[in-house]
Structure formats: structure tokens, C-alpha cells
Design a protein around this ligand. Structure first.
Ligand SMILES: [Cu+2]
Length: 265
């Protein structure tokens, strides 16, 4: 067998050095932009962990591949068959266990992050989000379903429970600086919970290809101090139109718990 001739120490050193260089470059890039919700730094940390783990695995595979290409190359003129190899049980156990541990670790960490992000603060605000080809509109149940088309205002430093409804096809709610993203599915009420912690103006972007006008399906998002927000809501003249209220009342609730926890306003 050739196993005792494999230069494991040199290959491991190559993996460490290449991973260190790659991680230094990858982690120095600001992939996601400003962190403007309490969820953002936690989700960015999670992504950095995933970057480091994938970088190490990438280089393990590449170094092993480069070694195999070099070490097991056929000599010129060698037309013979390769050696019949049964396999390596120990190696197979290792390459099954290691990814399993990594996936479970990332799953567990993600669970923890989501739990922290959605931990009820006791002073939540519920906002209904309505999506249709190709526009967003919003209802404020605590303010007798005051209705706003294309513009969403929310107070800063307050946990917002978005209840999402689609009138036609699947859309997806995404404010990049908040990181949170959630599909709006016809017939179902989906929920996204986010606490914006910076004042500012953002874009709500649809991130589910929903038809011809998908690229232009955006809305303006304003995060402002609570008093300013309350004044803005009080100035809304319209109420949520009946067809949209139908989806509020009839859609199947996928995540009923947060709604029950919401304070009466
Ligand atoms: Cu879309």
C-alpha cells in the first residue's frame, strides 16, 4: 500500500497556509453592507463562520486533488489497468462524520441566532405586508389597519412582526441592511421578525423572481424615531382595502405564536 508514503504533514501545512491566506482575504471584504438591525451582526458572524469552514474544506479537497494528480500519474507508455482497490473504511467513516458534525454545528448555531433575533421583547409592533405583481403595500393593525402603498415606515429600536400576504404568486421580502428575508406565499401568512436599530431610508426589494416587473418591485422603507413614526401613521388616510383584508383573515397562519404574543396596542 502507498498510504505510508503520503506526505500528510506537508499537505496539512499547505492546507493551513492556503486557508489562512484565503480567509484573511474573504473576511476582509464587507459582503453585506451596513448592519442596521439587531439581527445583522449575528447573521454576518454566522456567515463568517461558514466562510472559514468552507475555505478549509475547499483547500483540503484541492490539496488532496493536486497531490493525487501528481503522485498517481501514469508513466508515459503505461497502458496497464489501475490497481484494484477495495476502499478504505476508516477514511469513509471520517469523511462522513466530519461533514455531519459541521452541518449539525451550523444548524445549531443558526437555530440559536434565529431564536435570539425572534426573542419577544414585549413591545412589538405588527405590520401587515401585502405583495402583488409588482407592488408592496402595508397595513398597521394596531392603527385600525391604516394603509400605505409603496412606503413603509417603522419605529427604530422596536421589534417589528411582519405578517406577509401575497395576492398572486410568491414574492420575497428583503431589506438588505436588516439581513432578514422571507417569502410571501399566496394563501399562507408568513412571519418575519426584525428589530431595526438605525434610523435611515432603505429599499425593500422583492427577491423572488415573480414575473416581468420583478426587478422594479421595490418599496421605500423609512426607519425613524417612534414619535415621528406615530405621526406618520396618524396621517394615513386610507384603510386596508377589502380584498387585502380577505387575505389577512383567511390565509393560513404558519407561525401563529408571535401573533399571540403581540401586545394589544
Ligand atoms: Cu419579485
Amino acid at each position: 500500500m502507498f498510504s505510508n508514503r503520503i506526505p500528510i504533514a506537508k499537505m496539512a501545512a499547505a492546507v493551513v497556509v492556503l486557508s489562512a491566506i484565503t480567509c484573511a482575504i474573504m473576511l476582509s471584504i464587507n459582503w453585506n453592507g451596513a448592519e442596521d438591525s439587531t439581527a445583522a451582526p449575528k447573521i454576518d458572524d454566522l456567515m463568517n463562520i461558514a466562510i472559514v469552514l468552507s475555505t478549509v474544506i475547499f483547500w483540503i479537497v484541492m490539496v488532496a486533488l493536486a497531490y493525487a494528480l501528481h503522485a498517481f500519474k501514469a508513466k508515459p507508455g503505461d497502458e496497464s489497468d489501475g490497481e484494484p482497490i477495495h476502499g478504505n473504511t476508516r477514511l469513509e467513516i471520517v469523511w462522513t462524520l466530519v461533514p455531519t458534525v459541521i452541518v449539525l454545528f451550523l444548524g445549531g448555531w443558526s437555530w440559536k441566532v434565529l431564536d435570539e433575533v425572534e426573542e419577544p421583547t414585549g413591545h412589538q409592533l405588527t405590520v401587515d405586508v401585502f405583495s402583488q405583481q409588482y407592488a408592496w403595500s402595508f397595513g398597521y393593525p394596531g392603527k385600525e389597519y391604516a394603509y400605505s402603498q409603496g412606503v413603509l415606515h417603522v419605529p427604530v429600536n422596536r421589534q417589528i412582526v411582519f405578517k406577509m400576504h401575497s395576492q398572486d404568486v410568491i414574492h420575497s421580502f428583503w431589506v438588505p441592511q436588516w439581513r432578514i428575508k422571507k417569502d410571501n406565499v399566496p394563501g399562507i401568512t408568513t412571519t418575519a421578525i426584525v428589530t431595526p436599530d438605525k434610523v435611515g431610508t432603505y429599499q425593500l426589494i422583492c427577491t423572488e423572481l415573480c414575473g416581468f416587473g420583478h426587478a422594479s418591485m421595490r418599496a421605500k422603507v423609512v426607519v425613524e424615531p417612534e414619535a415621528k413614526w406615530a405621526k406618520w401613521v396618524a396621517g394615513l388616510k386610507e384603510k386596508v382595502p377589502t380584498p387585502l383584508m380577505v387575505s389577512v383573515k383567511q390565509d393560513t397562519e404558519t407561525n401563529p405564536e408571535p401573533l399571540e404574543r403581540v401586545d394589544a396596542e
